[in-house]
Design a protein around this ligand. Structure first.
Ligand SMILES: NC(=O)c1ccc[n+]([C@@H]2O[C@H](COP(=O)([O-])OP(=O)(O)OC[C@H]3O[C@@H](n4cnc5c(N)ncnc54)[C@H](O)[C@@H]3O)[C@@H](O)[C@H]2O)c1
Length: 366
């Protein structure tokens, strides 16, 4: 079997991990790594026993089969378009591009060139999401929280394209219906883009969703809760754990024959809610297999080789971006004091009335 000739463009925080994993995958030859910072390209190339480059176009002469694009989002389109025009199959990190027009163009270029375009929505490979999406479930109410300490990375985009996009992609995959209404607010604290955002969505299927994202939080939180006729699921994507709750046969019978709760039933509900009425299991989905980035890359390599479909094709990356675009449009138009023409959008928060508390109050950290 001939080895696939691959490259990684952008070997910063995430791209260097792509390069490390690809260098160790069987059937792959890592032809080179590219980074605009020569010293970074050289350091990663040394670690992965490959060649360093500083311009992605230098690799167009190297008969590449495929590449991973992990440059900052604002540069995805320029780099990816050059490679797709040359017939190179791509895994482009999320979000697919920084504008919907650019994402549409990349999807179109891939289709016309007849090459694979996969998007790096790696949470689809999170074992907790894999477990959740295999279950019979008609989501009717979903809440998502994706909160991160400030990392100082991805400041070319706001928190909607940086973090919330993960949950938008998971939601679209889970709900499987178009979004009817979008309403959102956002706040810029540190970066010039929105660093906090809240979005409310209503799907054509009647499902409603509330998403919260922040990159100025005290600790990482990646949580999703799903209410459905089948039961309730809480997914902790950070710890890769699921809690599943379903009504017992006894509760379903009781719901079918509603009658006032007498003292005996009330007492048994208080003492035995989880057990007799609500059945609950906790699943640790961590397992011993390869991590989700390795499985994402293995799927990409297999699909380039065999033409098998991928979990997140360019079209689905584009759909997540289209929804993010609607959220950004809504949060930019939000007027904080309710008056047309008043302060609006993530940078238009009204000025403070004064400090909320004094720095001399007890409990204030020095
Ligand atoms: N899937 C995920 O969970 C996930 C996590 C983190 C980042 N990302 C995405 O990955 C991408 C990279 O993020 P990061 O955190 O690794 O950023 P980073 O800033 O750490 O790395 C980007 C690298 O690209 C290099 N670069 C910039 N422009 C370039 C160009 N034109 N050609 C070659 N190299 C160039 C930079 O020098 C830098 O080393 C972003 O799109 C981000 O949204 C995805």
């Amino acid at each position: 079997m001939e080895r696939l000739r691959l490259a990684v463009v952008g070997v910063g925080h995430l791209g260097k991990e792509h390069a490390r994993i690809l260098a160790g995958l069987s059937g792959v030859e890592l032809v080179g790594v590219v980074d605009a910072r020569a010293e970074q390209a050289e350091a990663v190339a040394r670690r992965c026993s490959t060649r360093p480059f500083t311009d992605h176009r230098q690799l167009l002469a190297e008969s590449l089969d495929a590449a991973v694009i992990a440059v900052p989002t604002v540069h995805h389109h320029a780099v990816a378009a050059d490679y797709l025009r040359a017939g190179v199959a791509l895994l482009v990190e999320k979000p697919l591009a920084s504008t919907l027009a650019q994402a549409d163009e990349l999807v179109d270029l891939a289709r016309r060139a007849g090459v694979l375009l996969q998007v790096g929505h790696v949470e689809r490979f999170n074992p907790a999401f894999e477990q959740l999406s295999r279950r019979p479930l008609q989501p009717k109410l979903v809440t998502c929280q994706r909160l991160s300490p400030f990392s100082g990375r991805s400041l070319d985009i706001g928190v909607v394209l940086d973090l919330m996009i993960h949950d938008l992609d998971l939601l679209l995959a889970l709900v499987g219906a178009p979004v009817r209404d979008v309403s959102a607010v956002g706040l810029s604290l540190l970066s010039g883009h929105e660093d906090l955002a809240q979005a409310y969505l209503t799907f054509e299927s009647g499902c409603v969703a509330h998403l919260s994202a922040s990159r100025a939080h005290t600790a990482p939180v990646r949580r999703m809760e799903v209410w459905a006729p089948e039961g309730f699921v809480a997914a902790d994507y950070h710890r890769r754990r699921l809690t599943l709750v379903q009504p017992s046969a006894q509760l379903r019978r009781q719901q079918a024959r509603p009658r006032p709760l007498d003292e005996t039933v009330l007492a048994s509900l208080r003492s035995d809610l989880f057990g007799r009425y609500l059945e609950k299991i906790e699943l640790d989905c961590t397992g011993n297999g390869p991590d989700q980035l390795t499985r994402e890359l293995a799927e990409f390599v297999t699909s380039v080789r065999t033409g098998a479909p991928v979990r997140v094709p360019g079209e689905q990356g584009r759909d997540a971006l289209a929804l993010a675009d609607r959220i950004l449009d809504s949060l930019r138009r939000h007027v904080w004091d309710g008056r047309a023409g008043g302060p609006s959008g993530p940078s238009g928060f009204p000025p403070p009335l004064g400090p909320l508390f004094s720095t001399r109050e007890p409990g204030v950290a020095a």
